[in-house]
Write a protein that binds this ligand. Structure first.
Ligand code: 5AD
Ligand code: SF4
Length: 451
């Protein structure tokens, strides 16, 4: 069996990779490492010994990019210390800024250009930095086996599609990752099987909008595969292999997906369903293609079929023209749904997006921050409320390792994605434990052993 872990070979030139942004980027870095290993490199986690330093970057908000600029300055110090060191920016920021980055780095490669990395690296000279930011309609890296860089060898990411065909007006992703394309399902199942054969107990299927996954079989139309069918194919690998997925789009999540989740114990009962705003006026302007009522109906449907389903979300505060009433609508929606947790952001205008062209970024910084803080405080109360409902329940937890606070305790996630801590009986990462919830905080379920 081919190793899916980084190879260690002291004689090889070393590549150091920092990853920013989403889970998909984490998986992309694993694809990049696979390509570079085949070209003779080996991974290092010590920047001081790297001959190639890569940052796999994110453009989603301005502050994500600012952080990376800070890192580029630090990378440059390495270049000054050691001759021949190459600095590369890959991923979304590479795609967005293109040759504007070339003054600062030796290599710029967009999300669809990773296969060309070995050639680009070969061609770099001090006078000639290299760039490839071509986007593709076909590239899914389906045939590349990612080299896994996660810490504990239990949970792995699998990209099932790339790009995005939605035109949410605030979002840079369609511009940095190009058009949506779905990956051959048989290569996905094979990758999940390989992870399972290597001791992994959980796979997360990744896409910008997994519900629009659709594989057209080139030979026979009756063998086309939609997302619900793909979920089932992966779930059937083994009842011992948990299946998660992210991200779902409220406009596209189908009843078929919800029923498929309900049918398989090992498909985790958790849906990340970004709402962005509780105001139908804002949702229209954001071009989300659903309104408040539609969103609430989808939540009701999920909960009627899967009563214990974890539901998490993303919220943006202070989008263009957001009134006090729009903000209030977001707050009341959050109170109604009681999300288990949420990622919450202040709106950041991204150059080139529809919103940047059509709608002024007109909510003052102070007001945006105030609204964001109100949203964060409310979500804290909602997380606690949601967790309190778990008290007395029995949950099956996949052990991730010792708890950070107390080495005699273990931590791991329940099917609904909530973090549990509980006394150890010597189990290790990757074991399943059954526990009962005795008390909670807004972030954690504190549990006792049941058997
Ligand atoms: N400003 C703030 N947040 C954004 N997101 C996407 N684009 C922006 C932006 N321009 C948030 C959305 C999305 C998550 C990944 O990032 O909530 O769901
Ligand atoms: Fe991921 Fe979006 Fe950031 Fe790109 S811009 S890395 S797709 S979160």
């Amino acid at each position: 069996m081919n190793s899916i872990r980084p190879i260690t070979d002291p004689s090889r030139p070393k590549v150091y990779i920092e990853t920013y942004g989403c889970q998909m980027n984490v998986n992309d870095s694993e694809v990049i490492l696979s390509i570079l290993q085949d070209a003779g490199y080996a991974l290092t986690d010590d920047i001081e010994e790297a001959s190639v330093i890569l940052a796999n970057t994110c453009s989603i908000r301005d502050n994500a990019e600012q952080r990376i600029w800070g890192r580029i300055d630090q990378f440059k110090l390495q270049k000054r210390k050691r001759s021949g060191v190459v600095i590369g920016i890959v991923g979304c920021m590479a795609e967005r800024l293109k040759d504007k980055l070339l003054e600062n780095v030796d290599l710029v490669a967009g999300p669809d250009a990773y296969r060309s990395l070995p050639d680009l690296l070969k061609a770099i000279t001090p006078e000639r930095p290299q760039i490839n930011v071509l986007l593709s309609h076909e590239e899914t890296y389906a045939d590349i086996s990612p080299v896994r860089m996660d810490r504990n060898g239990i949970s792995g990411f699998i990209s099932i599609m790339r790009g995005c065909n939605n035109v949410c007006s605030y979002c840079i992703v369609p511009y940095t990752r190009g058009a949506e394309r779905s990956r051959d399902p048989y290569t996905i199942v094979k990758e999940a099987q390989t992870l399972f054969d290597n001791g992994y107990k959980e796979v997360t299927l990744l896409g910008q909008n997994v519900d629009s996954y659709y594989w057209k079989d080139p030979q026979k139309a009756d063998r086309n595969v939609n997302f619900a069918q793909l979920l089932e194919m992966v779930a059937k690998i083994s009842p011992e292999l948990r299946v998660r997925f992210s991200t779902s789009h409220p406009k596209d999540i189908s009843d078929e997906v919800i029923y498929t989740m309900a049918m398989y114990e090992n498909i985790c009962k958790h849906i990340h369903l970004p709402v962005q705003s509780g105001s139908s006026i804002m949702l229209e302007k954001m071009r989300r293609k659903y309104n408040r009522e539609w969103y609430l109906e989808r939540v009701d449907k999920i909960r009627s079929v899967i009563p214990d389903c974890g539901i998490t979300t993303d919220v943006i505060a202070g989008f263009s023209g957001e009134t006090d009433q729009d903000h209030e609508d977001t707050m009341t929606l959050m109170e109604k749904v009681v999300f288990d947790s949420a990622f919450m952001f202040a709106y950041s205008e991204r150059p080139g997006t529809l919103a940047s062209r059509k709608y002024p970024d007109d909510i003052p910084y102070e007001l945006k921050t105030q609204r964001l803080n109100e949203i964060i405080a409310l979500q804290g109360r909602m997380s606690l409320k949601s967790n309190e409902k778990e008290i007395g329940k029995t949950l099956k937890v996949l052990v991730e390792g010792p708890s950070k606070k107390n080495p005699d305790e273990l931590c791991g996630r329940a099917s609904n994605n909530k973090m549990c801590v509980f006394p150890s009986r010597g189990e290790k990462a990757g074991d399943y434990c059954t526990v009962e919830v005795v008390s909670v905080t807004s972030a954690t379920l504190i549990c006792k052993r049941t058997e």
